[in-house]
Design a protein around this ligand. Structure first.
Ligand code: BT5
Length: 249
């Protein structure tokens, strides 16, 4: 019998309803699930582990979670076209919807990739493209206690547990994430970001907030139709294509 709250294949595979999460590659420990995904596999192949020894964030940063507390997964996408940089938002939206269903609370997306609850980050997305494939990594903080979350993060971290005091089994959440990603991705393939625009706009964390871009202060206007972050800096409308938009805590 697997231990409770296991992400072993015999626990997760029966919960997988669609194409995403098949095949399901699981290791107890790995450097990063981003490296576990073999690009020759079919679209939807997913790699999951319980602990990463070199978990990766964006821009060379790290992603740290104690063993067995979080969802750490990477999914292989093979889009035939489209603006690949939008996939981080597509996956972020899917993760936000999964977290929203679990918590029953409003969840927001901080452009380009942070899933936010009560102004704290509960999940992050890292999309890496190579040769037409995109490996989308998602980390969701599930059962960490406050002390188990990073103390030095620029965006204050949270877990589902620190948000509502409920410890959760991760397998059903992971299966929900696969289904949610499959659905968002299918809509994006068909209709581009426009097809998800309403859902994105409704969760746009930076809209109307005081923000900082490259040391300049301004106001977040919103995610635009191509997935850039529009901000107003000193009366000037600027579309940020990549990188970071900081906000006032
Ligand atoms: C992200 O980067 O938010 C992307 C995180 C992606 C993680 C997944 S896990 C599965 C897959 N395999 C990987 O190796 N990665 C992906 P970024 O926006 O750069 O945020 C990183 C920053 O968040 C760090 O510099 C820390 O300050 C902070 N951080 C680290 N661990 C965190 C955590 N568990 N929760 C919240 N913040 C964290």
């Amino acid at each position: 019998m697997p231990p409770p709250d296991s992400l072993a294949p015999e626990v997760v595979e029966p919960l997988v309803t669609g194409r995403f999460g098949r095949p399901y590659l699981y290791e107890e420990s790995c450097e990063s699930t981003q490296q576990l995904v073999d690009k020759d596999l079919d679209e939807g192949a997913a790699a999951v582990c319980d602990v990463q020894t070199q978990g990766r964030g964006r821009l060379g940063r790290g992603w740290d979670t104690p063993p067995g507390t979080a969802i750490l997964c990477s999914v292989l996408l093979k889009p035939s076209g489209g603006q690949l940089e939008q996939l981080s938002l597509v996956a972020g939206l899917a993760a936000a919807e999964t977290v929203e269903r679990a918590l029953g609370l409003a969840v927001q997306l901080k452009w380009p990739n942070d899933v936010m609850v009560n102004r704290r980050k509960v999940a992050g997305v890292l999309a890496e493209a190579a040769n037409g494939s995109v490996v989308v990594g998602i980390g969701i903080n599930v059962n960490q206690s406050r002390e188990e979350l990073p103390g030095d993060a620029k965006v204050q971290p949270a877990s589902l547990y620190t948000t509502d005091g409920v410890r959760r089994e991760r397998a059903p959440l992971l299966a929900d994430l696969f289904a949610s990603m499959e659905q968002s991705y299918a809509r994006w393939l068909e209709g581009g970001l426009d097809a998800l625009y309403h859902n994105l706009g409704a969760r746009d964390f930076l809209r109307g907030r005081r923000v900082f871009v490259d040391g300049r202060a301004g106001t977040g206007i919103g995610i635009d139709r191509s997935g850039r972050m529009e901000v107003e800096l000193d009366g000037e409308r600027v579309a940020v294509e990549s990188g970071e938009v900081l906000f006032e805590r």
